[in-house]
Design a protein around this ligand. Structure first.
Ligand code: COA
Length: 212
């Protein structure tokens, strides 16, 4: 197997993830960026343009990948594609994150510096626990969900697949948040949230639909 992780993504989130992987003493071989990224570099890592490179890198013997894309749906789809091609999806965990020994992490998970994942929590594939966010005991973070920086989730909180909790969101104990939810920055979530809701505020309420 060729050495080095393939990072899918070449933007700001990819930079953070490359530094996490380097802090874990993993070498990053290539990034895969969009069609406009040809010939560029991301933190010194050569960027190949277009997802088609994933299959050719697999053919060349690269076996490990990490999806570093901010869009939750796209991260989930590209993660599934990488798995189907036979890549192992590695985790990118900051040495300055605190993970309970009883926490369970899936594949392709990012846990940034200062984040805390407490006892018996489960973090599903492709989820992001961003800088200084905390997931307290028995939390369940769904596939490709994103818990943005400085979020605070009390115990027994469940977050559905692909849901996004904006920066600084707080969630009281036992709340269930459905899939594909967007919670605005600074939300305080005090009741269960149905799937696909867009909420914000203190306490968090459904955002008014925009006029079309
Ligand atoms: C919630 C959010 C996604 C809405 O974005 P949007 O769809 O473009 O919505 P708009 O900016 O048009 O705002 C719609 C309404 O919601 C209000 N609103 C937006 N964000 C809000 C927030 N965080 N808290 C309270 N109200 C908010 C706006 O004031 C506006 O109110 P109005 O209808 O009375 O004028 C965005 O404002 C937000 O908070 N994003 C979080 C980003 C983040 O944390 N990123 C971290 C990356 S690591």
């Amino acid at each position: 197997m060729m050495n080095g992780v393939i990072v899918i993504g070449a933007g700001g989130h990819a930079k953070v993830c490359i530094e996490l992987l380097r802090a874990m003493e993993r070498q990053v071989a290539f990034c895969i960026g969009g069609d406009d990224d040809a010939g560029g570099f991301c933190l010194g890592v050569p960027v190949l343009a277009g997802d088609a490179h994933l299959a050719s890198l697999r053919d060349r013997g690269f076996g490990q990948a990490f999806v570093a894309i901010g869009s939750n749906g796209l991260r989930q789809r590209l993660g599934a594609r990488a798995l189907a091609l036979g890549f192992e999806l590695v985790n990118a965990i900051s040495p300055r994150a605190t993970l309970s020994p009883t926490a369970q992490l899936g594949r392709g998970v990012a846990v940034m510096a200062g984040a805390i994942v407490n006892a018996d929590s489960r973090i599903a594939d492709f989820a992001i626990i961003n800088t200084a966010a905390s997931v307290d005991h028995d939390g369940h973070i769904g596939e490709a969900a994103h818990i943005a920086p400085h979020c605070g989730l009390a115990g027994n909180v469940e977050v559905g697949a692909r849901s996004f909790l904006g920066i600084g969101t707080k969630v009281i104990p036992g709340i269930v948040i459905g899939p594909d939810v967007v919670a605005g920055a600074g939300s305080v979530i005090v009741s269960d949230v149905a799937g696909e809701a867009r909420i914000a505020g203190v306490p968090a309420r459904t955002l008014r639909k925009k006029d079309t």
